[in-house]
Design a protein around this ligand. Structure first.
Ligand code: 4NP
Length: 146
C-alpha cells in the first residue's frame, strides 16, 4: 500500500487535519502526518482542528501527538506533501539525497497557518479541496501505482 505523509510546521493544526480528512475519504493509502519542527513535539491536535473534525463528522485519533519528520520517513513514505511553500522548502533542505522527488506542495494555493490566522474553517475548505484533488490525481497517475 502506498504511503502518504502530510507535513506542516507544528503537526498540530494543518497536517493532522489533512491526515484525518484524507483517512475519512479513502482507505486505499496508508496516511500519516508530521512536523518540520520539533516545537510542538508530543502535543495533541489543536482544539481548533478538533472542533472542525467534530463539526464535519471527521473521525480522528485523540492519541495523535506532534511528531517531527525524520530521515527514515523520507525513505518510507512515497509521497511527502508540504502544506505551504515554507514547509516544502524546509522539507527539501532536510531530505536525504535521493528522496527530494517525493516532496510536493499540497495545493497550488498553499494552506495558510490557522495558528496565525485563527480561521480553521478556511483551513478545512482548503484541506478538503486539496485532499479530493490528490485522490483524483492519484487515481489517474499510473506511475504512482507502479
Ligand atoms: P501547524 O500550525 O503548522 O499547522 O501545526 C502551527 C502550530 C504551532 C506553531 C506554528 C504553527 N508554533 O509556532 O508552535
Amino acid at each position: 500500500m502506498k504511503q502518504i505523509v502530510f507535513v506542516c510546521l507544528g503537526n498540530i493544526c494543518r497536517s493532522p487535519m489533512a491526515e484525518f480528512v484524507m483517512k475519512n475519504l479513502t482507505d486505499q493509502y496508508q496516511i500519516e502526518s508530521r512536523a518540520t519542527s520539533n516545537w510542538e513535539h508530543g502535543n495533541p491536535i489543536h482544539q481548533g482542528t478538533q472542533k472542525i473534525f467534530q463539526k464535519h463528522q471527521v473521525s480522528y485519533d485523540l492519541t495523535k501527538t506532534s511528531l517531527q519528520i525524520k530521515d527514515k520517513d523520507f525513505y518510507d513514505f512515497d509521497l511527502i506533501l508540504g502544506m505551504d511553500e515554507n514547509n516544502v522548502a524546509d522539507l527539501k533542505q532536510m531530505a536525504p539525497a535521493g528522496t527530494e522527488h517525493k516532496i510536493h506542495l499540497f495545493a497550488s494555493e498553499s494552506v495558510p497557518d490557522p495558528w496565525y490566522t485563527g480561521d480553521f474553517d478556511d483551513t478545512y475548505r482548503r484541506v478538503l479541496a486539496g485532499c479530493e484533488a490528490w485522490l483524483d490525481q492519484l487515481a489517474r497517475t499510473e506511475e504512482f501505482d507502479r
